[in-house]
Ligand binder design. Structure first.
Ligand code: FMN
Length: 186
């Protein structure tokens, strides 16, 4: 096997791709983010990294809050569009026909069409270079009741979740195992 040696770059894939909704004053907006991650279980914390020139950057910096909306196959076109058009020029909720829902703990709209909405409050903004990292605490999570099974278990992996890998979108594929399966007896 022979491998090419490349200069440092982003090659950590697949990633979640999420729609981050925010509000500042009268303006609501959505920015698509792939540089997002879980960074702590307890307290529940996440990060999103955003370029300073994005319209959403100042909105989130000023309001100090946002909602992460998970993307499904039904939302992927809207997610892509919100990632190539700016809130400076468009009302993205209206253009993409998305429904605003009131969040519980933050003053930012949730996207009703997303099965999971994660409400977040910014704790720290870390300047890294091209992107600044918004280190944030999760203050509430909403999960679509229609995806609960008869025992009340949330069937997240049945929602058509989308991942982003090397410039392309994919829907979750074949299940290969579950947490800890490698050490469990058959
Ligand atoms: C799949 C995808 C992932 C993206 N990930 C990020 C990201 O992690 N951080 C970022 O600053 N911009 C990211 N963008 C670009 C912004 O979503 C894009 O510049 C958007 O138009 C900004 O909207 P705004 O100006 O309304 O804030 C991504 C775009 C796409 C399509």
């Amino acid at each position: 096997m022979s491998k090419q040696l490349w200069k440092p770059g982003n090659m950590l894939y697949p990633l979640p791709v999420v729609m981050v909704s925010c509000r500042c004053g009268e303006k609501d907006n959505i920015i698509t983010v792939a540089w997002a991650g879980t960074i702590c279980t307890n307290p529940a914390m996440v990060s999103i990294s955003i370029k300073k020139e994005r319209f959403s950057y100042d909105m989130i910096k000023e309001s100090g809050e946002f909602v992460i909306n998970l993307v499904t196959d039904r939302l992927v076109r809207a997610a892509d569009w919100c990632g190539v058009r700016s809130g400076k020029d468009y009302d993205k909720f209206r253009e993409m026909n998305l429904t605003k829902e009131k969040a519980e703990t933050v003053d930012a709209p949730m996207i009703a069409e997303s099965p999971v909405n994660i409400e977040c409050v910014v704790e720290e903004i870390k300047e890294l270079g091209s992107h600044d990292m918004f280190i944030s605490r999760v203050t509430a999570v909403r999960a679509e009741e229609g995806y609960m099974d008869s025992k009340g278990k949330f069937m997240l992996n049945n929602t058509g979740l989308v991942t982003y890998s090397h410039g392309e979108y994919f829907m979750l594929g074949k299940k290969l195992g579950k947490f800890g399966y490698s050490v469990k007896r058959q």
